[in-house]
Design a protein around this ligand. Structure first.
Ligand SMILES: [Ca+2]
Ligand SMILES: [Ca+2]
Ligand SMILES: [Ca+2]
Length: 507
């Protein structure tokens, strides 16, 4: 990820003065730890008038790297001539070389001889500069480039399957040089690793082991366009992490944690083409490794729609069931399981990009899971996974199109459960352009919470407030347009607690 994402950090917090006073006062009434209050105004994406009634200072000097994805055409550097890359000689497949970028050699070209169908992983690592790696074939065509895939701004290409026998070139350079915005210098390490070709087939379960030397193992499989596949990695020894790559080393998707555990599940993922795919079985932390189990299966999806109630008979053989539904941005989904208590299940909901956006274990009755008032952030085929934790018997799965509780109807109560991993709930109210309202969030029963509150209209953030160990948060917001305003409360204490949320005209 290029560094311009760091822009987000620049909208620096000066709200504290205006917002902390009531919160500090509220927290001080309880005996709990020192309140920690921050608030960040978010500038509206389009134009509207300042939304939060406080002064906002944005720092204008940004050391920004432009996003140039194509090969940079040589241009004059501000300081003078662009220094051309120098030849670095040969590197063998399987070799690691140490090198150094200098003002006279800001980019170094290495050549290597590769074999057709040989899977390699090429890494460029530096502690001195932000590396950027380019792989070309013998005709000078770019086969792949990478900026930061190795983490910590280091570059990694692969698993990449070389297309033919022949000579290839690598350009070791800094992102700044690549981007014509300067030239990073310093020591680097360039490696070409040959990957052992491990295979996995549909229906197969493989026991493997990672070590601190080999903290990732790759498996290839052959699939057909349209296959829905599920890849699972579990370990008792470490926190697993899974990637799925296409045949050019492009990351299709990944998963860290699923089903309320630290284990990983990708999918059901619909394969985009017929051919070879690579699964990379990883440890979240390279220092924590051990035995793991990897499985690959092709699964059938059942379609479900808002309003459906599905009857399911859970037997000893039932492990995990998959349901797909069409959902659109802004829609509110309620998904829940109801049982007589003889079956314990959990629910996971994936967005169209296969990322888990909500998981729940036991928030309903009798250890039944429920995901309530989930606001969808994308349009397309969403996936519901129902996992059987234990037991057998009859359950129903219900998908409803929900309606967000509205502050137009008066004070609303939001309940949070310690067993969910989707600690966000959303309320609405009807905004009138130019009016200022007060929003108040009271933890009921004298408890304290750690809420983050974001107020949004038309996808733009109007205000963002976060607090810890507080019994009450209250602030004013000016609404720029007529229409629906969303108030999203995320509760980070993962405790069972309730909020009363009220809206009043600002004084
Ligand atoms: Ca980089
Ligand atoms: Ca994990
Ligand atoms: Ca459960």
């Amino acid at each position: 990820m290029p560094k311009q994402v760091r822009y987000g950090l620049l909208f620096v917090v000066l709200l504290i003065i205006a917002l902390s006073i009531p919160m500090v006062a509220a927290a001080a009434q309880g005996a709990d730890p020192t309140p920690l209050v921050t608030a960040t105004p978010v500038p509206p994406a389009s134009t509207p008038t300042p939304a939060v009634e406080v002064e906002v200072t944005t720092e204008a000097t940004v050391e920004a790297e432009a996003t140039v994805e194509a090969e940079a055409t040589p241009v004059q550097l501000p300081g003078g001539e662009r220094v051309e890359p120098v030849e670095g000689g040969e590197i063998a497949v399987g070799e690691t070389v140490e090198g150094e970028l200098t003002d006279d050699a800001p980019a170094i070209i290495y050549t290597f001889t590769g074999s057709a169908d040989e899977p390699v992983r090429i890494t460029l690592i530096s502690e001195d500069f932000d590396p950027y790696l380019v792989l070309k074939d013998s005709d000078g065509n770019i086969l792949d480039t990478d900026d930061d895939s190795a983490g910590n701004f280091d570059s990694r290409i692969g698993p990449f399957t070389l297309p033919e026998d022949g000579e290839y070139t690598l350009i070791a350079q800094s992102f700044a040089y690549y981007n014509n915005s300067g030239a990073g210098t310093g020591a680097f390490t360039l490696s070409i690793d040959v990957l052992e070709v491990r295979r996995i087939e549909y229906g197969q379960e493989i026991n493997g082991s990672l070590s601190t030397e080999e903290y990732a193992q790759d498996y290839t499989f052959t699939g057909s366009a349209g296959d829905s596949v599920v890849i699972s990695m579990t370990s008792d020894a470490f926190d697993t992490y899974l990637y799925l790559y296409d045949d050019s080393g492009f990351e299709l998707t990944y998963n860290d944690d699923s089903g309320g555990t630290l284990n990983s599940t990708i999918g059901p993922f619909e394969l985009p083409y017929t051919g070879t795919y690579t699964i990379s079985a990883n440890s979240y932390s390279r220092s924590s490794t051990g035995a793991y189990t990897l499985s690959l299966s092709r699964v059938e999806l059942q379609n479900i729609a808002y309003g459906d109630v599905i009857e399911i008979e859970v037997t000893e053989q039932t492990d995990r069931l998959f349901y797909a539904f069409e959902g659109n941005t802004g829609e509110v989904a309620n998904v829940y399981v109801e049982s007589d208590g003889s079956v314990d299940t959990s629910l996971t909901l994936n967005d169209p990009y296969n990322y888990a956006i909500a998981t729940d274990l036991d928030s309903g009755r009798r250890y039944d899971p429920e995901i309530i008032d989930l606001v969808l952030n994308s349009s397309g085929s969403h996936m519901i996974m129902l996992d059987v934790v234990s037991g057998t018997g009859s359950v129903t799965l219900t998908l409803e199109r929900g309606v967000l509780p509205s502050l137009d109807e008066g004070t609303q109560t939001l309940n949070f459960s310690s067993s969910g991993t989707n600690p966000s709930r959303t309320l609405t109210f009807t905004g009138v352009a130019g009016t200022t309202v007060s929003l108040t969030f009271d933890v009921t029963g004298g408890g304290t919470g750690s809420p983050n509150v974001e107020v949004l209209q038309d996808g733009s953030s109007l205000a963002y407030v976060s607090a810890s160990y507080t019994g009450r948060v209250s602030f004013d917001v000016t609404v720029p347009y007529d229409g629906e305003v969303l108030v999203r409360l995320t509760e980070y204490s993962y405790a069972n607690l309730s909020y009363e949320v009220s809206l009043t005209p600002a004084e």
